[in-house]
Design a protein around this ligand. Structure first.
Ligand code: ATP
Ligand code: MG
Length: 418
């Protein structure tokens, strides 16, 4: 086991001997005594014991010696062993030496020569106790610091793992949505294309029939008129279904959010919303719906205006279509916009039928519609959701109003990329 050394330094052999006889056998392991007759020898002894892996717990040194004086030895030792306790023995009251040892070293006590045996022993015991306590405290501190370091690195690892799995989850969610979307598109397009194919093959068969009758010179006027009526109806069916399929394809293209190459720019939101409302006038004119915009006049956004147009158009068309029975009912839409720190918060409300609580979790799903018979595809809210969360770096929620109209809350940054 490494030793804790108590080093006594005095140039007078007699003094050193009496120190030896008074102290020997008084300190248990790991404490051990060492003696030196000069400052230089003391420094050598210390160098040796450090080389052996021992520690200097306490130095008891004379003040007046040839060569290095007591205060100089202590100052020197303090630099390399700041924890060691220091006691100085002074022959005469030498205030200067004591002051030096206090100011430049770490003098624990000074004892006047000749000393009382019991005083010396008590002082040394106290010095060692204080050294021991500080030593233990430091050890605990090191253990504690190491434990904290270990825990911190464990936590950092756990956090990194968590972030990785979150990213993976996001990617796989996106893939799942995309997969669902593709399957949905295939399913949706299947119906109009299937109907179109049936109508086209029926038409083709009818044409062949008439062609045959004509070649055989058996085509009556009645048969020809019947064929014409069939042909008109057939081509209408084909046209209508091709149109539906084409609409689906163009909505589907919009779902891929970054389709537009529109540049980001600064624009005044209120002016822009008013422009959107004017462009919707042809649809809105046929309804009894009033739209109120409550937005600070000078609120400017640095974002993608085209996307705001898409968002408000889809929301308003939804209110007309789903909230107010295709606009035949009277009603109100309110668009309230407020700034909240670096974000704008848009509250879009209508006082129509509202969205039942059990439907709210599905409104943003692709192909969810309550109105398929009217030719709706259920992509409008999904497109809005993608634009807001991906491109505009914001969020949208559909709130439960207990069927007192629809309420959507949108939160987007006033400037993208901040
Ligand atoms: N303002 C609203 N009032 C009542 N219901 C609404 C409103 N907005 C959306 N919904 C409900 O949410 C569903 C999903 O809306 P979404 O816009 O995605 O599809 P859609 O309007 O049915 O079809 P599409 O927009 O593709 O023509 C609607 O079918 C409707 O049930
Ligand atoms: Mg819609």
């Amino acid at each position: 086991m490494n030793k804790q050394i108590i080093l006594c330094v005095d140039d007078e052999k007699i003094v050193l001997e009496s120190l030896r006889s008074e102290l020997e056998g008084k300190f248990e392991e790991p404490y051990a005594l060492e003696f030196a007759e000069s400052g230089d020898e003391a420094l050598e002894v210390i160098a040796d014991l450090i080389a052996d892996g021992d520690q200097l717990a306490l130095i008891v040194t004379d003040y007046l010696m040839p060569g290095l004086k007591g205060d100089e030895i202590l100052t020197n030792i303090y630099k390399n062993h700041p924890d060691s306790r220091q006691i100085m023995l002074t022959g005469q009251a030498n205030l200067e030496g004591i002051a030096n040892a206090i100011n430049n070293a770490k003098l624990y006590r000074y004892i006047s020569k000749p000393w009382e045996k019991s005083d010396l022993l008590l002082t040394i015991r106290e010095a060692i106790k204080s050294y021991q306590q500080e030593h233990q405290l430091k050890e605990h501190q090191t253990i504690l610091e190491n434990t904290v370091k270990l825990r911190t690195s464990e936590l950092e690892n756990a956090l990194e793992n968590l972030q990785n799995s979150q990213e993976q989850l996001l990617v796989s969610e996106k893939m799942a949505v995309l997969g669902g979307l593709v399957a949905g598109v295939a399913h949706e397009i299947n119906t109009p294309v299937g109907v179109g194919v049936t109508a086209a093959s029926h038409l083709e068969a009818r044409i062949r029939e008439v062609q045959q009758l004509y070649q055989d010179d058996e085509l009556t006027q009645e048969a020809y008129e019947e064929f014409l009526a069939d042909a008109v109806e057939g081509s209408q069916i084909i046209l209508r279904n091709l149109q539906t399929a084409a609409n689906l394809v163009s909505s589907f293209k919009l779902v891929a959010v970054d389709q537009s190459s529109e540049a980001m720019r600064t624009f005044k939101l209120k002016e822009y919303i008013n422009a959107i409302l004017s462009s919707l006038q042809p649809e809105l004119k046929q309804t009894r719906i009033r739209i109120e915009v409550d937005c600070p006049d000078d609120l400017a956004l640095n974002s993608y205006p085209g996307d705001f147009s898409q968002i408000f158009t889809n929301l308003i068309i939804n209110s007309v279509a789903h909230g107010f029975n295709q606009g035949t009912e009277a009603g109100n839409i309110t668009i309230q916009i407020r700034i909240d720190g670096n974000n704008v918060v848009i509250r879009y409300t209508d006082d129509g039928k509202g969205i039942p609580a059990n439907i709210i979790p599905k409104v943003f799903d692709p192909f969810f519609t309550t109105n398929r018979q009217a030719g709706r595809s259920g992509l409008g809210m999904h497109i809005i959701y993608n634009i807001i969360t991906q491109k505009l770096q914001g969020s949208i929620t559909c709130e439960d109003t207990a069927s007192k109209g629809a309420l959507f809350v949108i939160r987007v940054p006033t400037a993208i990329g901040q």
